[in-house]
Design a protein around this ligand. Structure first.
Ligand SMILES: Nc1ncnc2c1ncn2[C@@H]1O[C@H](COP(=O)(O)OP(=O)(O)OP(=O)(O)O)[C@@H](O)[C@H]1O
Ligand SMILES: [Mg+2]
Length: 293
């Protein structure tokens, strides 16, 4: 399936939008295990990057149990599901959060990404191709598990950020995810964030545990430690208030840690050429899916 063909079928996509390249860093946030803090990290990372002046889009790719909008206190009228089904336009599905953060909400109960039809692909392509000129970073919050949808979003992004916490299932699930990403999807570089740590050394210890097993059994994937976020009641309070903790309680331990991680991510060099174009993200997304079917 050619992306050009898909774009040509959309009269609203101008040639200028198709031709111009703007480097966009696409970061997929994942983890294998449920409940490790993927969505909170995605929402706060995106909010922190937006507050730094980065033009940021947060995409809720948890198509089964979407909740990015809930964490941000947004009430979207439409979601990604409406867009790909042709029930609304792009500008109707994007919601604006704090500091100009753009949010593409999903909707709970939406069927699995693998079931999207070609017509729905066109809708998905349009979401990103029409936004390409206005973005520096795109954060993709993925669902729990090692489903084809999760793997495909990670494969299509330039960076995969794996969230782990101090539970045996978290490390084994993260390992299983990294194994499939590296063996089946060609992902050779993974960033690790430890969440809900109880002391400053716990994050590093968790990372080393995961790195040791990856080194031993998967020689060809490089792990990088990005940092740790402490277990923090302020974060839970921010969740109750439906605000990112970096906004609601910027001086709290979790907000400070996430801000530090965001500063590191903000310094990553923008990708060059087509690899950095959001269109290319979509193209990889589609070709990865057709390879997997
Ligand atoms: N650093 C933290 N300190 C305290 N509580 C946290 C922290 N990170 C996450 N939580 C809590 O853990 C729960 C799960 O967080 P979150 O929804 O972000 O996880 P998830 O990995 O996205 O889950 P799912 O797999 O269901 O998508 C939430 O109730 C959240 O408030
Ligand atoms: Mg989540």
């Amino acid at each position: 399936m050619s992306l050009d063909h898909l774009l040509q079928t959309n009269p609203r996509t101008t040639p200028a939008a198709v031709g111009s390249f703007h480097p966009v860093r696409v970061i997929a946030v994942t983890g294998g295990k449920g409940g490790v803090g993927k969505t909170n990290l995605s929402v706060n990372l995106a909010s922190a990057l937006a507050a730094m002046g980065k033009r940021t889009l947060l995409m809720d790719a948890d198509l089964g149990l979407a909740n990015v909008d809930v964490l941000l206190g947004l009430s979207p009228r439409f979601t990604l599901a409406d867009l790909v089904a042709g029930r609304c336009q792009l500008d109707e599905v994007i919601v604006e959060g704090p500091d100009g953060l753009l949010v593409v909400p999903a909707s709970s109960g939406f069927r699995h990404m693998a079931e999207l039809s070609p017509a729905e692909h066109i809708g998905l392509v349009n979401v990103f191709s029409e936004l390409q000129r206005a973005l520096d970073v795109m954060i993709v919050d993925t669902a729990a598990g090692i489903t084809d949808s999760v793997l495909t979003f990670c494969q299509a992004a330039q960076d995969t950020l794996v969230v782990v916490c101090d539970e045996p299932a978290s490390i084994t699930d993260a390992y299983a995810l990294i194994k499939v990403l590296s063996r089946e999807r060609g992902v050779d570089r993974v960033h690790v964030v430890a969440n809900m740590v109880r002391d400053p050394n716990e994050g590093r210890r968790l990372y080393e545990k995961l790195a040791r097993v990856c080194e031993r059994f998967l020689g060809d994937v490089a792990l990088h430690y990005l940092g740790a976020v402490p277990q923090d009641d302020w974060l839970r309070r921010a969740v109750q208030r439906q605000q990112p903790v970096v906004k609601a309680y910027p001086g709290s331990p979790s907000a400070r840690a996430i801000n530090e991680i965001s500063r590191i991510a903000a310094r990553w060099q923008p990708p060059t050429g087509a690899r950095g174009n959001v269109e290319f993200f979509v193209e990889r997304l589609i070709s990865a899916r057709s390879m997997a079917i």
